[in-house]
Design a protein around this ligand. Structure first.
Ligand SMILES: [Zn+2]
Ligand SMILES: [Zn+2]
Length: 233
């Protein structure tokens, strides 16, 4: 199997050499992983530049409905290329490493939040059929299996393939996106939900999903992601 499908480092995507076989990523990348460092925004989890801040500018400007965010890496080299390949170039096997990284970093936080359901951010169905998978769903399933928490892939759905327009401000973008998500069925019994996505950029997607879930009766929503954009404040 290894000859046909040589293992690649999920970060730089070079082949993993025989002597590194036991590791998840190559040793060079391991040294360079851009973990989100303290101080972090108390809301979205983004790295902050100043110790005295509690929230990033974005979360101050646009207060979020979700409770808290748990992003693992800053969206930059060397992680960026691997995440793009995971998302767009069928490297679905990288899910294993990213799930592992999420758990390594946040297992305690996930367990304290104690969600009764884990939900991937849904993809527009036609897009998912074309791609063959939803990368957020692979992550959600990996987390669910490890944490023994059920994963719901059909509860939250995306009905229109919204392309958020650049000229919209944050509020308009969220309103626009909110129309894209809906709950299947009309009764959500879950109280606490952990949303899973690959990259948190403006936060509009997570915020739109959270609002739809809260309106449906969910009490608290947290999110986790592989990456988050670099701090803006
Ligand atoms: Zn590497
Ligand atoms: Zn923030």
């Amino acid at each position: 199997m290894d000859l046909l499908y040589p293992r690649r480092c999920p970060v730089c995507q070079d082949l993993i050499t025989a002597k590194e076989e036991h590791v998840r990523i190559c040793t060079e990348c391991e040294k360079k992983l851009p973990y989100v460092r303290e101080p972090r925004c108390m809301k979205c989890g983004k790295e902050l530049y100043r110790e005295e801040q509690e929230y990033c500018l974005d979360c101050v400007r646009e207060p979020k409905h979700y409770k808290r965010g748990y992003p693992v890496f800053v969206y930059q080299a060397p992680v960026k290329a691997g995440v793009m390949a995971f998302k767009y170039h069928n490297r679905r096997e990288y899910a294993e490493f990213y799930t592992w990284a999420m758990l390594k970093r946040y297992e305690g936080e996930y367990r304290r939040f104690a969600p009764d359901g884990i939900l991937p951010v849904p993809m527009y169905p036609r897009k998912q059929r074309r791609r063959g998978y939803n990368q957020a769903e692979l992550l959600a399933k990996g987390l669910g299996a490890e944490l023994k928490i059920p994963v719901f892939t059909e509860l939250l759905r995306r009905r229109i393939d919204t392309v958020p327009q650049k000229e919209l401000n944050d509020k308009e973008r969220i309103n626009n996106l909110k129309k894209a998500f809906h709950i299947s069925g009309n009764d959500v019994k879950l109280k606490r939900i952990l949303l899973v996505d690959d990259i948190y950029t403006t936060g509009a997607t997570i915020e739109a999903c959270a609002e739809v879930l809260l309106q449906a009766g969910v009490k608290e929503v947290c999110y986790t992601s592989i990456c988050i954009g670099k701090g803006d404040s």
